[in-house]
Every structure is written in structure tokens, then in C-alpha cells.
Design a protein around this ligand. Sequence first.
Ligand code: ATP
Length: 952
Amino acid sequence: MSPEPAHHGSAALHEGRAPASGPATEPGEPVRARPDVSAAAVPSLPVPEVFAALDGAPRGLTPAEAAARQARYGPNDLPAVGRVRLWPRLAAQFTDLFAVVLLVASAITFLAYALEQPRDPATLQLAFAILGVVLLNAGIGFAQEYSAERTAQSLQAMVPHACRVLRDGERQELPARDLVPADVVVLEAGDAVPADCRLVEAQELAVNNAALTGESDAVARVADPVPQGPLLEARNCVFMGTDVVAGTGKAVVFATGAATEFGRIFRLTAAAPRQKTPLQQQVAAMARRVAGVALATGAILFAVRVPSGQPFVDTFVFSLGVMVALVPEGLPATLSVSLAIGVRRMARRHALVKQLLAVEALGSTSVVCTDKTGTLTQAEMTVVQLWADGVAHAVAGVGYAPVGEVTDAGPVRELLRAAALCCDARLVPPSGPHGWCVLGDTTEGALLVAAAKAGLDTAAEEARTPRVAEHPFDSVRKLMSTVHRDPDGTYVAYVKGAPLELLARCDAVDRTGTPVPLTEASRAEVVAAADGLAGQGLRVLAVARRRVAGPRPPLEDVESRLTLLGLAGMYDPPRPEVRDAVDACQRAGIRIVMVTGDHPLTAEAVARRVGIVRGPDPTVVTGAALDALDDGGLDALLAGSAELLLCRVSPEHKMRVVTALQRRGEVVAVTGDGANDAPALKHADIGVAMGASGTDVAREAAVMVLMDDSFASITTAVGLGRSVYRNIRKFLIYLFSHNIAELVPILAATFAGFPLVPITAVQILAIDLGSDVLPALALGAEPMEKDVMDSPPRPRRERLFSTAVIGRILFLGGIQALGVCAVFFWHIHASGIPYAHFTKSDPVYREAITMVQAGIVVSQFFNALAGRTDRQSVFRAGLLSNPWLIGAGCFGIALMAAISYAPPLQAVFNTAPLAPADWAVLAGFGALLLAAEESRKWVLRHRRTLPKGGKR
Ligand code: ATP
């Protein structure tokens, strides 16, 4: 793999702006219709001249022009972030603490061999074995880290990045990488700016340039020419990598890819340093501690054995070998692999996790704050009822096909006309395999469909009364308004939005075409009608109108003293998979808080449909009520009813609720789709953005992106996160327990005064790096256990090495240690030879140490099988259901058999052939371990179910 991309396309208006090196302006010339134009001059040109300079047009490029430019300038891409560099990574494997300890140990052993008189080939073997450990370990670690990192990168690349472009007068959605200079892009709040562009239209547009300037305040942007100055300060330009935080606009692209300002900075900045997740830090800390114990053990053994008359060098080499054997070498790398497997599994289930960190946080999620539309529902809006002048009108048909009738359409035509004119979305007729669909906001799409069903031709209406100004929708005002020029030259504003917000700005209501002042009674009538629609779970929009004096009235004038035209209620079916996911969350002790901008009654009806609300009295709180609460009040609210719906809230409320929940010690996942949701997404433990419908800004701020937008995918990801954590615990227990089985016989023999070791350092290395590596990896890849979602979330502060985990390590390791001590001393004693007469070459000794090694290998196989489940019986989970583990275990036993029977290996390991009866004894001992572990789980299951179930 080449560390640099073959080519990253880019284009600049003027070669002076191109990066100093690289193919920024290749393969063609810079876009330059007028030789005297440079990018720095773009801000000062009037709009028509910008188009002329770029050889573009306000209606965009034709497909042929776009294709030609694409061929000429290549894609609008930057080289992949933080590309993995091979050599430094490989070198790092040799400079970490363990590697250094082992290298030093190997060097000392070589030295000991050189000084020894007479020289013992076993010392040389050990020296090479330790060196082999370092190399193997570095190789495995490197391969694992590399693949884990590649996974993370490829996932990042999957996060969709699209933009809206005018091509040949038609608005289209394109992958941002297909943009070319002179393309006209359509921008709105929440978009990431896809290239460097000059604005040609801007309505209340504001951008956040933090990525370029570090300044995180929103800055207003305009379309008018500005005096020439530093390009980044030009108020009529927007730049790649920055975000649109408010308003709408159109802009023409003047630089793409590496030629953009962002591209230039990007080339200068090194890849961000990799951060270790807390879990990785915990494991590294534990591994360091164990290494400390290993060092101490080596030192103690040395100190005990030297005075007992053992040869000095021999004892030194032996102690060093034990120490090396106890160092948990491959642990951190196995951990990365386990996390990466989790990430890959989540991606397969529609949840893209951008950081390994999120995997473990996901597993401990205790509260999910979720949106409604699109996450719990399908976001396929259909207007089913209209209300105008006190009368309800049904609308037939489902989906976006404009087929269906509006009952008695006459009185609602003006309502629908106003609603349709006040929309940015477009209804797209069927093409190819796709049916009718909506480009843009689905709420608006539903209004366009209803208008079409009533026989209105929106395009003709737009031509007759063209839009001259607009105030885009935002989720704080919950309103959108547009100003139009009527054929008679007067101006009219149309406003649509959340009913209560809009009603508050109305002073009249339309009665058969005439505005009649709103009275208390008629207001109450409208509120009752809106409540009636919302109570059926419909999203309700109100529509109003007013005459305005000129083409650009200020917002306060447009959105006040309005005449209400009526209401539209739209149905958005719940996602079928959500109910089960909600059930799973409830079983798993995860609280779901619905946070929506919608009407309380709509929210409650939908919450009931999907099972979030089951009791008679959910707590429903509006954004206004939240504002009235101080922090103490908010804490009390969150500590109260489990069924909590927050309605008519704005993104700021979301942020406040997330912070308050975290204050209570909760691990909070929060969904968001708009630009304003970014702070809450960043602040939450797990920010979840929508891949299909969300904005770029939300996707950038989140650590998890749902490709299907569904709440069910959050639940699946939480389950997988829990499972990853469990798997990590499983292989840690597996790996650490065998250390006990290795250490205890050595200590026992030393203290019993036996002159030799029951297991040699080379044998221990064969276990650690031969038979144990694969089962540990297989445990790290265990499929999700069925009961992962049956217990409450793990406490936030729970350590990976909890008392329970250490208890299990001691329990399993203790049984193994007892077993191997028993076989060793039984063999030695059965021979009747006194301790002092044993030599290394004694056949009984060789057989005994072979039994010890085989005993550990066989019992580790059973240990791995037993460790597959936490509480469930492995027989219920299917003893053989992880074929990788079975394969890995068989490999270990085959390796042990080779060490026992193959003469060259016998020479290296000082082993002897075992009899079939010996294997039978070891298998029986392994079965005992399994039985002990099954009994422990049985006790655990029954102890835990007693208080809940009451009976066994
Ligand atoms: P949800 O939880 O359902 O996803 P939300 O929190 O995203 O909702 P918003 O999109 O902020 O809610 O909408 C809040 C209210 O604003 C809606 O109930 C609706 O009445 C109104 N609204 C939504 N979209 C538009 C629009 N395009 N134009 C005008 N008003 C809108």
C-alpha cells in the first residue's frame, strides 16, 4: 500500500492558490476563463462576473460540462485522514515497555550463555526463545493494530457526505466528491460546506469557520461583492470544512479538493494522535502491574534458590525465564482486535462507530434520549387531515404519490397553496425503480403531495407568485416564512410552523377568504383542533398569511399579525422494528427519554404506539416548562417518573438535559440531526447522528452514525457494545488464570525444596505464544450472548478488573494450579526417587514436566469453553458453537502432542512421550474444571433470580 494517494483531485481558480507541491492543479489547467482573475479577486466581483470568470451559469453546469470538468480536475477529495504509516508503527512495537523488558532479558540471557562454564545449550535456547517472543509479539501486535485502524478508517469513509447542486437548472443530490469548479451548490443550515465557494444568494446565512480559523462563533455571510482582502475573511465566501449553522443560500464553487483553503491546511497538519480508550488504558495498566509482579516473582525465586546451592547462572536464567513467561505480551493488541471486531459487527448492523472509545461507552449506556421523527417513525409523512374554518377535511392516499382525494377541497385550497409556496422541498416523479419521492424535508414533501391531491400545480403557482425572500425554518422559532410577489405587484408573506408558536403570532383567522379577528373563543377552537389532530399522533403544522409592504420585510414584520389559514395533520407510521427494540431497552434497564420539537399530544401518541409510554401518566414537559426549572428542579424531574417525554423543545434544551443526566451519573446516548444538535451530540457520552436524513454537522459531531436512522440500531449497537466488553473480560480471565497455573507449581516446587522446576521457561513460552493466543482471539470474537440485554447497564465506574473478575481468575487459575501440582508431585513421588537425586535428564522428571505443560494446555481448552458464557450454562449456549474456539483449542493440543512426541521438539523442550492414560487423566481434570465453573454459574443464576422471581 502506498502511503500517499495516487491522485487527489483539486482545482483552483488561479494557480497562485494551488498548494506548493503535489498534483493540486493537475491534470488540467486551473479554471480560468479570464486570465486576469485570481481566487483572491473572487470576493470583489459582482455575481454575474463570478459566473463569467468561472465559465459557469446561475442554472449550473450541464451534465456534459460537469463530466468534462470532473475528468479534468478529478474528485473533490482530500487524502485520507491519518493514513497509517507502516514503519513508525512497526518500530513502536519494539519500543513499548514489554518489548524493551524482553529485549533486555534476551540480551542478559545471551550474556549468561557466553559466561557459563560449561555452556548449557538450554540457555542459548532460552535467549533465542525470548528474542522470538519479541519478534512474534511485534508481528502479531502490528498486524492487529494495523487492521483495527484500517477498519476504523474505512468506517469513517462510509459516513455519507452528499451535497445539493444545481445542474442544468435542476436541483440534484450528489456525493460531495463529484463537485467541480463552477458547480452551483445549494446550502442550508446543517450542511458542511463541500468546497470553497462564492455566495451568489444568501438568506440569513451564517457559518462556523472553526475548522479553518479556530473561531467558533457563527459569522454572517452575504452574497454582495466585498472589497478585496484576505480570502478567508471575505464575507461572501464559504470554505470547505466549515459548517452552515443558519439560513440558506446558493454559492458557486471556485476551488475543490486539495486546492481549497482547507486542503492547504490539511496538508500541513499531521494526522491527529491516536487516543487510547479508557479500556485500553486499564488493560495496559493491569499488564504493567502484572509485569511488575513477574519481575518481583523472578527476583524472589532468584533470592530463594541461590542460597540453596543452585548454580548461579542457572538460577539467574531460570528466574529471568519465569519473569518473561509471566509478562502478558499480546494483551493490548488482542484488546484492539476485540474492539475492532465489535466495530465491524456494528457496521454490519447499520451503526457506524467512528471511535473505538464509543464501543465501550455504548455497552454502559443507561439513558437514550431519542428524537421522534425518522428514529422512532419512518419519516414518511402523509397529510391525512386538514382543518380550515372550523371544518375538518380528510385526505386519502398514503406515501408521496399524489394520488388520493381531498374531501371538499375548495375551502382548503388557499391553505394548501400557501403551505406549498412556503416549502423548499421538491416532489420528484418516479424514475427507474424509484417511485415518487421527496428531495428535502419530508414534512414539506407531505404538504406538496396534499396540494397536488387538491389539484394545485405548485410549479405554476410559483411562477405566478415568485418567491422574493425567505426566513428559513429553525427549530427554535419552529416557523418558516417566505415572501412572494403577487401578479398585481403587491407582496404577500406565507408562514408555516408549529401550531402554538404560529397561533401566538396571529391576530386573525381566515373565514371563507376574509380575515376575521381572533377572539378568545376562536383561539380556543384552533387549539382544540390542533390538539385533536395531535392526539391522534399526527404531526401538526399551522399555515398563515399576511400582506407585507415590500419585497424584503424584516422577520418581525413577516411573522406577526398573521391571518391563520388552517392546520394540516400528517401521519408518520412508526417503524415496525422499534417496539421490540424498546422492549429490549426496558429489559436491559435502559431508560428512554423522548426529546422532540413536536406537540406533546403527538409525542405521547407516538410514544404509546412504540411502547415507550405504557402507564397512564407519563411525565410530559414542554421546553417552556424546562426553561422555568432551575438545575435542582431539572434534577428532580429527571429523578422522577421513568416515562418522560420532553416536547416542543429546542436543541439548547437537549443539551441541558444531557448535562443534567450526566450529572446524575448516567451514561447518555443522544440522537440528533440538525446543526443545532451538535453541542449535545458532542457533549453526550454517545452522540448518535442520522446517516440517511441527518445533517453533515450532526454526523461530524456524533461518534456513531446510524445508516438506517432507526432507534432499533441504537439498541443493537448497545447490545454489541455490551458483548464486546464481556468478550474482553472473557479473554482477560482466560489469559490471566493460566498465569496462576504456571506460577503456583514453580513456587510450590521451590518451597518444597525440589531442586528442579516443574515447568521450564521455554515450555511456558510455548504455551503463551503457541497454544494460548488463538483461543484468546476466538474468545474476543465470541458472538453476542442471548442474555446481554437481560441485565442492567454496567455502572459507569466499574473497573474492568473488578473484584468479580479477579475472583474468577483466582477461582479458575486456582483449580488449574491444583491440578498441575497434583500431576507433577504424584509423578515424582510415585517414582520413589528422593528429591535431591533428580537431574534434568531423568525420564521421570521429563515425563512430569511434560504432564504439567500438557495439563495447562488441556485445562486451558476447557477454561476457554467454560469462559464463553458469564452466567448461562455453556451447554445451553452450545458447547461447540464457536468453531474458531474449537479449532484454536485443537491446534493447541496438537502442538502439545508434537512437543511430547516429536524427537526434535523433545530435545528442545526436554519432554517425554505421554501415554494415552496420561491424556485421559488430563482430560478428566479439564472436565472437572468445566464442572466446577458450571456449578459456579448455576449458583450465580439461582442466587440472582431469587429476589426477582421469588422461586427457583
Ligand atoms: P422530531 O422529534 O419529531 O424529529 P424535531 O425535534 O426534529 O421533531 P422540529 O423539526 O424541530 O422537531 O420541528 C418542530 C415543529 O416545527 C414541528 O412539530 C412542526 O410543527 C414544525 N416544523 C417542522 N418542520 C417544519 C418546516 N419545514 N416548516 C415549518 N414548520 C416546521
